[in-house]
Structures are given as structure tokens and as C-alpha cells.
Write a protein that binds this ligand. Structure first.
Ligand code: SAH
Length: 336
């Protein structure tokens, strides 16, 4: 609940506004039960316990990368479902990558999160929980959030927007929109809906190919909204919000990494000032797709740079604990 909603709910119970503020603060500590809210009268704690419930997840498993200190959490949710989150340590601050759905309906050929499809949306509180509990458990102050874990954030639009408001609250995590990135596979109607909110977050779009033939093969979403339709929505998004889009591009050997793809990508993005973030494909055992060779990467980058496209390569973090992009999953065979 947002502070004003909590205020209204408590008012109905005959409680003054300062109680709502106290409860909201406790929720961000966070706590697992109303009984831990020790500055509330016992009777109020009991009444809250009767009327509401807390979604607080349990750490089913925690893994720390021996290579870079990245931490991955497998959470057990209140209904027995699971999602994962990752805490990454960067010089500009610690970043948490959160999931937005239990599983994913989008079916991208290279991604582990979509195996077995989508089970359900996460509630706004369950997305927020990942930030709160990862910070509490890791002891690391989290200053940045990326919605790049399991699920398609724009497929769970209302809960995700609610989460953004919650995490932005001064009495809560107080994380500003400019410290939040949201990644989408390209649900065009929802990109427009997001644009209309005019939020100052960074929108990342998983492009992965500049042509429909290649993109439709690896991303079923492209059959609903093709490359040009998507790029037109990205332009509208920029016009409406003033925020430049960042394009994610996983480099897949002999699939989307040829000189043809590099040239076409440069053509399509020319003059947009957009940024391309190349992701060397991460291992997903169920998929036969392989990462590009270092030579293919180098030549792809050279082509983009020659055409004045801003390009970076995403650092691979936590590969030893399957914490890298596309490796998060709701089911872990070894824990069954
Ligand atoms: N559903 C959203 C959020 C996921 S973000 C989206 O599609 O954008 C995770 C990013 O990692 C996306 O850009 C996704 O396409 C990419 N990704 C998925 N599998 C990957 C893999 N095996 N290697 C590298 N990147 C991958």
C-alpha cells in the first residue's frame, strides 16, 4: 500500500495518520510480522494481523560469486512459488536486479526465465520485497534498481508502476527514478502507456536484431510488433519523456552478429542518439544458441562506432552462480 492508502485504511479502523506513517516505515525496515512493530499498541498490531498480510519472502538459497562478489537470491514466496534477484557491486553504487513475474510468457529463444512459461504476476509488494530483503540480508546499501530479472515488466504493468511509486517513497527506500532501469522485450502498446506517465527512469529495450527475419526467429514478440513498429514507439517515448532509450543486444553466434546485422542496426539507429549495450550471450543449457566469437564482437563494435553509434559491452557478473542476464529461473532442478 502507498502511504495515502495506508492512511485511509487505518482511518477506517479509527487510527490517526501518524500510525499509518509508523506502519509504512516498519514495512520498509523490513519486518516479517506486525508483532515486530513495537511502537504500535498491542491491540492495533492484532487488528492489523487480522486484516492484512505481509508478503515477506524467505531466502531459499543465497549464492555469492567467487569471481566478483555478486549475490544471487532464490526467494520462496508466500504461495510456494519462487523467483530470483541479483545484487551487483558497482563503483557507482550497489545495484539490485529484480524479477517482475513468476516465470515469463514471452518465449525468447535464448532466455532461461521463460522456460515453463509464466505462472503469475508478482504483486507490487513482492517486487519491493526483493529490494528490501536483499538489502537487509546482504548488508549492502542498494542505490540502483534494474527491472531485468525474471518476467516481462510491461506484461505486469500496473503492479510494476505501483512498485516504482513505492520504492520512490521518501519514508521507504527513497530511490529516485533516475536510479531505476526497466527493460522490456518490446510490448509496444505498453511502451506508449509508460511514456504517458512521463517517468524519468531509463527504458531499456531488448532489440537483439535489426531485421524482422532474425528477430522473429528468436523473439516471438516481434510477430506482434515488428522492428520498425517498435523503433517508432521508442521515438515516441523519447519525444514524450526526453529520456534516451538504451538498446540491449545479445550477441549470438552466426544468428545476429554478422556485418549485415551491424550495418542494418547502425542504419536503423542513426541520428537517434541511442545507446547500444552488447551482451555476450550467456550460457543456457537448454538452448543451442552460442555466444559470438571475440572477432565477431570486435568487428560488430567497429562497424557501429564507425557509424557514430554509442556502444558498450555489458560486464558479465556472477557467471559461476548462473546470475548473469538470461540465466535466472523460477525452478531449480537441484532444489526439487
Ligand atoms: N523481459 C524483459 C526483462 C529481462 S532483462 C526483457 O526482455 O527485456 C534481461 C535481459 O537479458 C534482456 O535484454 C534479455 O533479452 C537478455 N537475455 C536473455 N537471455 C540472455 C542470454 N542467454 N544471454 C544474454 N542476455 C540474455
Amino acid at each position: 500500500m502507498l502511504p495515502e492508502e495506508l492512511c485511509a485504511a487505518l482511518k477506517e479502523m479509527g487510527e490517526p495518520p501518524f500510525r499509518a506513517k509508523q506502519v509504512f516505515k516498519w514495512l520498509s525496515v523490513p519486518v516479517r510480522s506486525f508483532d515486530e512493530m513495537t511502537n504500535l499498541p498491542k491491540t492495533l498490531r492484532e487488528k492489523l494481523e487480522e486484516r492484512f498480510f505481509l508478503t515477506a519472502p524467505i531466502v531459499e538459497r543465497k549464492q555469492v560469486s567467487a569471481l566478483d562478489g555478486t549475490v544471487k537470491y532464490l526467494w520462496r514466496l508466500y504461495d510456494g512459488n519462487h523467483v530470483e534477484s541479483v545484487v551487483m557491486r558497482y563503483e557507482h553504487g550497489n545495484t539490485v536486479c529484480v524479477s517482475s513475474e513468476v516465470g515469463c510468457p514471452m518465449g525468447c529463444a535464448f532466455c532461461a526465465s521463460t522456460i515453463g512459461g509464466k505462472v503469475r504476476n508478482l504483486a507490487a509488494s513482492e517486487i519491493l520485497d526483493q529490494v528490501l530483503w536483499a538489502q537487509a540480508d546482504s548488508g549492502l546499501k542498494l542505490s540502483n534498481i534494474v527491472l531485468m530479472g525474471i518476467g516481462e515488466p510491461l506484461d505486469n504493468f500496473d503492479n510494476v508502476v505501483r512498485f516504482l511509486k513505492l520504492v520512490n517513497e521518501p519514508d521507504g527506500m527513497n530511490i529516485g527514478m533516475r536510479h531505476i532501469s526497466l527493460s522490456t522485450c518490446g510490448i509496444v502498446e505498453k511502451i506508449d502507456k509508460l511514456a504517458a506517465l512521463g517517468l524519468q527512469l531509463t527504458l531499456s529495450v531488448s532489440l537483439h536484431a535489426p531485421d524482422n527475419e532474425t528477430r522473429s526467429k528468436i523473439m516471438p514478440v516481434n510477430r506482434a510488433w515488428d522492428v520498425d513498429t517498435l523503433l517508432a514507439a521508442c521515438r515516441r517515448y523519447f519525444d514524450r519523456t526526453g529520456r534516451r532509450i538504451s538498446f540491449e543486444y545479445a550477441m549470438i553466434r552466426d544468428v545476429n552478429d554478422t556485418p549485415y546485422h551491424a550495418r542494418l542496426l547502425a542504419d536503423k539507429l542513426a541520428g537517434t542518439g541511442s545507446h547500444v549495450n552488447l551482451i555476450p550471450l550467456n550460457e543456457v543449457p537448454e538452448s543451442r544458441l552460442r555466444p559470438s566469437t571475440p572477432e565477431a564482437m570486435r568487428s560488430f563494435i567497429a562497424t557501429l562506432e564507425k557509424r557514430n553509434i554509442n556502444v558498450t559491452v555489458r560486464r558479465k557478473l556472477g557467471p559461476d552462480i548462473e546470475a548473469s542476464c538470461g540465466q535466472l529461473r523460477r525452478e531449480r532442478e537441484e532444489l526439487r
